[in-house]
Design a binder for this molecule. Structure first.
Ligand SMILES: [Zn+2]
Ligand SMILES: [Zn+2]
Length: 153
């Protein structure tokens, strides 16, 4: 059994938005797609995929990015930090683990959109996908994440 050491606390850069995580992540990702490069201003985004009820958010947020209903990116209204994304699947949320008070244990198990990866962006992920994984890839990926033992130390 993995000791997840709940709850986890997270905050945006300015501290206006506090988040509490109380359910185990189902997967961890690095995404190299161009949208993630632009949203982060970095080489790739980091994600923990969580059951939506496992993330509590307190403080004012707004939708940013491309404002698609199928992909709602939530940001802090003051510091404009990218916090989490929902709308892509019922009951799931993609949380940005860089915001955790302790993000030192976070390793992406899978990386996506390596077709758009910047040359210097190496993530050490176990599984790599050219684009997004197919639905048929999910069981292996979710099992692999749990077996990998990635968790808070
Ligand atoms: Zn903020
Ligand atoms: Zn992406």
């Amino acid at each position: 059994m993995i000791d997840w050491k709940f709850p986890w606390q997270a905050q945006c850069l300015c501290g206006q938005v506090s988040m509490t995580i109380s359910e185990p992540p189902m997967a961890s990702f690095a995404c190299h797609c161009r949208d993630c490069q632009k949203l982060t201003g970095g080489a790739y985004s980091l994600t923990l995929m969580l059951p939506a009820h496992g993330l509590q958010s307190e403080g004012e947020t707004e939708v940013g990015g491309l404002h698609r209903d199928s992909l709602r990116h939530h940001f802090c209204t003051y510091c404009k930090n990218w916090l989490y994304t929902d709308g892509f699947a019922e009951g799931l949320v993609n949380f940005r683990p860089s915001l955790l008070d302790d993000s030192s244990w976070v390793i992406p198990f899978a990386e996506t959109f390596t077709c758009e990866r910047l040359p210097a962006a190496q993530t050490g992920a176990t599984m790599s996908f050219d684009r997004f994984p197919d639905e048929s890839d999910f069981p292996e990926m979710l099992e692999g994440f749990i077996k990998s033992g990635i968790h808070p130390r």
